[in-house]
Design a protein around this ligand. Structure first.
Ligand SMILES: Cc1cc2nc3c(=O)[nH]c(=O)nc-3n(C[C@H](O)[C@H](O)[C@H](O)COP(=O)(O)O)c2cc1C
Length: 223
């Protein structure tokens, strides 16, 4: 599957079949995740893979009590140690980049999963302390979220997306230049259609103008 197809076919999956994700596939997904970009080259992420332990129920409770979480064949807890980022970029930026790095990693994980035909869902943790205690995560390590992995029971519909024309500005905030055809293929198609229509109308007009003297010529010939 090419990258654009994976991006556009990815859906949040919350209904998983009982089919297990083979370890080889899981390894490939995590390996691809590990190739995500990271600010300053500081790779702050680490993963805890929960497959068979009894902690799935606890994770579901710690994730806004979302029941479906516990039925996920694999739950990956995405952790972050921002200490190196903070010492290089300062506390505020270090924390910000740590979050951005793990977000890039999590999105990479979702896309890699899609490529392997594995369904996924990025889920939030609201009871961090419970997860920390149960999985023995050190205090200095943050928990940035969890990713559910498994085979989807059904094909999920696409959630409606924002209109690119409303959220893309040119040169400055709120400056919408809708005529940039490469960025707005639909708009350019309309433009093309309008041009074609214009040409057709133009041709008809030209025909009319041309045909008059011809008819007049023919008439004079007959005479
Ligand atoms: C930071 C973040 C947190 C999310 N947390 C949850 C969550 O706790 N539970 C859930 O069902 N989906 C969660 N999602 C998934 C979104 O609900 C989902 O991406 C959105 O509805 C769009 O649907 P799609 O992923 O199928 O395109 C989260 C997504 C992100 C990026």
């Amino acid at each position: 599957m090419d990258t654009i197809s994976a991006i556009k076919m990815r859906r949040s999956v919350r209904n998983f079949s009982s089919k297990a994700v083979p370890d080889k596939v899981l390894f490939e997904i995590l390996d691809a995740t590990n190739h995500a970009p990271a600010a300053g080259g500081y790779y702050n992420w680490s993963f805890i893979v929960v497959k068979d332990s009894g902690d799935k129920e606890l994770l579901a409770n710690a994730s806004y009590e979302q029941e479906f979480v516990k039925f996920s064949p694999v739950i990956v807890i995405v952790c972050s140690d921002s200490s190196k980022l903070e010492s290089d970029f300062g506390e505020e930026n270090g924390k910000k980049y740590a979050l951005q790095n793990t977000a890039a990693a999590m999105q990479t994980m979702l896309l890699a999963a899609t490529t392997f035909g594995v369904g996924s869902c990025w889920c939030s943790i609201d009871k961090e302390k419970a997860v920390r205690n149960a999985l023995k995560i050190p205090e200095e390590v943050e928990i940035h979220g969890i990713v559910l992995l498994g085979y989807a029971k059904r094909v999920e519909p696409m959630v409606s997306k924002l209109d690119l024309g409303n959220i893309t500005f040119f040169d400055e905030w709120d400056k919408k230049v809708r005529k940039t055809s490469i960025l707005f293929p639909l708009f350019s198609k309309l433009e093309e259609a309008a041009k074609e229509l214009g040409k057709q109308i133009g041709k008809r007009r030209v025909k009319k103008v041309v045909s008059k003297p011809i008819r007049a010529k023919q008439k004079t010939k007959k005479k």
